[in-house]
Design a protein around this ligand. Structure first.
Ligand SMILES: Nc1ncnc2c1ncn2[C@@H]1O[C@H](COP(=O)(O)OP(=O)(O)O)[C@@H](O)[C@H]1O
Ligand SMILES: [Mg+2]
Length: 328
């Protein structure tokens, strides 16, 4: 199951992503955690110290390897140089699975020990000021999109992505790559405005969007009332202000089993909501959407950049799904 946490900066995406990853790991479920936010904080939130976080390999720096591996023997993709972030898999492409070992994980993922389990962690890599200008920034998050488009994941295995909610995720097809998107919202007007924008983009693409209220105070009901009034049925659950999180922020995370009961229940709710989307899966539509965004990117910049007709990369017969076996 592919799960995104989005929301405005500071709302708690990284915190909730990391708690959800810890929850899955503690229940012995395979999980790949991906930091795709401009502010790379997921490693530390999973307990890495500064040196460990800094030593993580960056997806953005291994694009040639990732592209070459995924391309496999796909005859429609002549070289890794013509592969852009939206290039879809086809016959001959190599696919990724959550539980396997492969050169992409060997090079770009690290195992992080968590209470009672472990997770694979992949990070896009730090963003410099220059990146935020244009192309490199996209190529960094582009590595995540490329991997998601080549991933065949089953029901009891998870990829959890800590994302930005900025308009960048709408320029590409990234926001359509998830079984469920958790939009983290603080009970404020600005938090809610991100919800409106996201909802509008999501509507046309069948994106399953659920709001997770964060830093919601329980002492009176005004926070909850506010969120209910603003987002209605899209509100899935709320997370309170957590002393466990505060301790973690100080670099002293208590054992995960000591997380407040109410917040543990919230994490369980997220898992149940994610699982319920399994029945909605439609690999055909999923594949069509990646083709849609690929053609759009090809026209707007890809053809020009690569000097190739990238529409020719589309394999009209190919449908990604759980039964596809990788060509090795
Ligand atoms: N439920 C919570 N309880 C206590 N502190 C929280 C909670 N959620 C987030 N925070 C704190 O708020 C700050 C921003 O959270 P973070 O997860 O980094 O946001 P984002 O990733 O959306 O930018 C961090 O200092 C984090 O520890
Ligand atoms: Mg963050």
């Amino acid at each position: 199951m592919k799960i995104a946490f989005v929301g405005k900066g500071g709302s708690g995406k990284t915190t909730l992503s990391s708690l959800f990853v810890r929850h899955l790991a503690a229940t012995a479920q395979p999980v790949v955690a991906v930091d795709a936010d401009i502010n790379q904080h997921l490693g530390p939130a999973l307990g890495l110290d500064e040196a460990e976080a800094a030593a993580l390999p960056a997806l953005g720096e291994h694009l040639p390897l990732i592209k070459d591996y995924l391309r496999g023997s796909n005859p429609r993709i002549a070289s890794a140089d013509t592969m852009i972030k939206t290039t879809p898999p086809g016959t001959g492409s190599r696919l990724l699975r959550v539980r396997e070992n492969n050169p992409v994980y060997d090079t770009c993922a690290r195992s992080v020990e968590l209470d009672g389990g472990a997770a694979r962690l992949m990070v896009t890599g730090p963003f410099t000021d220059a990146d935020l200008g244009v192309s490199c920034y996209h190529s960094k998050t582009g590595a995540v999109e490329l991997c998601l488009n080549h991933l065949v994941d089953g029901r009891d295995e998870f990829v959890v992505v800590d994302m930005t909610a900025g308009s960048d995720s709408f320029a590409s097809g990234m926001f359509t790559r998830f079984d469920i998107t958790f939009l983290v919202v603080e009970p404020t007007r600005r938090g809610v405005s991100v919800y409106r924008q996201y909802k509008e983009y999501a509507r046309d693409f069948g994106v399953v969007l659920k709001v997770v209220g964060n830093k919601v105070r329980g002492d009176d009901s005004s926070d909850l009332d506010f969120l209910r009034a603003e987002v209605g049925d899209d509100l899935l659950v709320t997370v309170g202000y957590s002393d466990w999180v505060r301790a973690m922020e100080k670099g002293r995370p208590p054992r995960f089993e000591l997380l407040e009961d109410v917040n543990r229940r919230a994490l369980r709710m997220l898992e149940i909501a994610a699982d319920a989307t399994y029945a909605l899966r439609d690999w055909e539509r999923y594949t069509q959407q990646m083709v849609h965004f690929h053609l759009k990117n090809a026209r707007s910049w890809g053809n020009e950049r690569t000097g190739a007709d990238l529409a020719a990369q589309v394999d009209p017969e190919f449908v990604l799904d759980e039964s596809v076996t990788a060509a090795v």
